[in-house]
Ligand binder design. Structure first.
Ligand code: NAI
Ligand code: 13P
Length: 389
């Protein structure tokens, strides 16, 4: 029987009990997220092969059903197999999920491209943009693998790996230009503790995952300095507005940013000590230099690499990103972490978080608030004026 046709389980259909075929899927990258996602897929009934770079890790996963470096104390499903051979890992899989650090994706594509079949769906689980090009991971995959957008998807959401590996319930969004592709991936990537929803806003979904990392670094800095909840709440709230302005400027939908891939992931990442971005920020806040932080981080903190390309992209579309700007200054050593207060750097009376509910951008000022802004400007310039003039 072909790997793609294995029977996973028996389910009740219209005509009684029917066999549900197991789908052969591959996960590339046996770090904390790749291994956790392999577990999600296996617990959803798929036949999963995991690609690990190191043969000894592949052996530990296949024989011991453990990944002790990345997921200590977690037992992996018996059905998961790992290999260090990329061709063996991809085999005849109908879906390939990619979970390696964003900055390494490009260098893996030449080896991967010839292995991808004409109908294979490729799903990015990564949350970074490529330094130098500013491309999103699905764009790097599209260009590097030469496959149609309809066969590409991204998955994102409040998904701290260790919590999910411990089977704590959560949800995610699977997004593709093709709704059918998103739905078929979401069905495979769902089980009793993990639920995938779908949308077609690939840009918003992908940028949500990238941008929340940057805000999580800022929150980590605040934690490290020792500031409290008011500072963090201000940065989270205005961070969401900053994320939304950016994503909308690049064609994402504002509602995506208030969903799981935006606000949901922002809350999870900004508030959890499990977050590597938050941890990196905390070390910066405690006074460690950027190079010290990089040395101390044993896992991927995507936010550190995304700051520069995101600021370049923001400048190209005229998007103001005071929080990301200050994170960049702390990383460069030009801003004392104690001085982090992005909401104090703006002259505007109109906080970015206060936008109308119709999803339109608010940068020019809503009709309602414009008179107040004018009055404020007049007062500041030493002239009297009434808020209604
Ligand atoms: N850990 C988490 O909770 C989540 C992570 N993600 C995203 O998943 C992606 C992967 O992150 P993690 O698994 O957490 O990172 P990790 O640091 O735990 O693991 C990275 C994996 O990539 C491998 N790797 C390193 N350099 C490589 C290279 N040059 N070529 C191929 N493989 C290489 C490592 O051996 C390791 O297996 C990131 O983009 C991250 O933002 C997304 C959601 C949740
Ligand atoms: O993306 C994540 C949670 O959704 C993981 O965040 P960190 O990469 O900061 O650990």
């Amino acid at each position: 029987m072909a790997r793609t046709e294995r029977v996973a389980r028996v389910a009740r259909g219209k005509r009684g009990l029917v066999a549900v075929p197991t789908r052969a899927v591959t996960v590339l990258g046996a770090g904390s997220w790749g291994t956790t996602f392999a577990k999600i897929l296996a617990d959803g009934g798929s036949d999963v092969t995991l690609w690990a770079r190191r043969p000894e890790l592949a052996r530990e996963i296949t024989e011991g059903k453990r990944n002790s470096d990345y997921l200590p104390g977690v037992n992996l499903p018996q059905s998961i197999r790992a290999t260090a051979d990329l061709a063996d890992a991809v085999g005849q899989s109908s879906m390939v999920f990619v979970s390696i650090p964003s900055q390494t994706l490009r260098s893996n594509l030449a080896a991967l491209a010839p292995l991808i079949g004409p109908n294979t769906v490729v799903v990015s689980l990564m949350k970074g943009v490529e330094k130098g090009t500013g491309l999103r991971m699905s764009e790097v995959l599209e260009l590097g693998l030469g496959i149609d957008r309809d066969r590409l998807a991204v998955a994102s959401g409040p998904n701290l790996a260790l919590e999910i590996a411990r089977e704590q319930p959560t949800a995610a969004v699977v997004s593709s230009a093709s709704l059918g592709t998103a739905e078929s991936v979401a069905m495979v990537a769902s089980n009793r503790y993990f639920r995938s929803f779908v949308n077609t806003d690939v840009i918003g979904t992908e940028f949500g995952g990238v941008l929340k990392n940057l805000i999580a670094v800022a929150i980590g800095i605040v934690d490290g300095v020792g500031y409290g909840e008011n500072t963090k709440a201000s940065i989270i709230t205005r961070g969401l507005a900053e994320m939304t302005d950016f994503a909308v400027a690049y064609g994402g939908r504002p509602e995506t940013m208030s969903g799981l891939a935006g606000l949901g992931d922002l809350i999870a990442t900004a508030s959890s000590p499990l977050s590597r971005n938050n941890t990196a920020g905390r070390l910066l806040g405690q006074g460690y230099s950027f190079s010290d932080v990089v040395e101390r981080m044993h896992q991927t903190a995507e936010g550190l690499s995304s700051v520069a390309p995101i600021l370049t992209l923001a400048a190209a579309r005229g998007v103001d990103m005071p929080i990301v700007q200050q994170v960049s200054q702390v990383l460069a050593g030009t801003l004392n972490p104690r001085d982090i207060a992005p909401h104090l750097t703006t002259d505007s009376l109109e906080p970015q978080g206060e936008r109308p509910n119709d999803g339109r951008q608010n940068r020019g000022g809503s009709a309602l608030r414009r008179p107040f802004q004018r009055a404020f400007d007049q007062l500041r310039n030493g002239r009297r004026g009434s808020p209604s003039d």
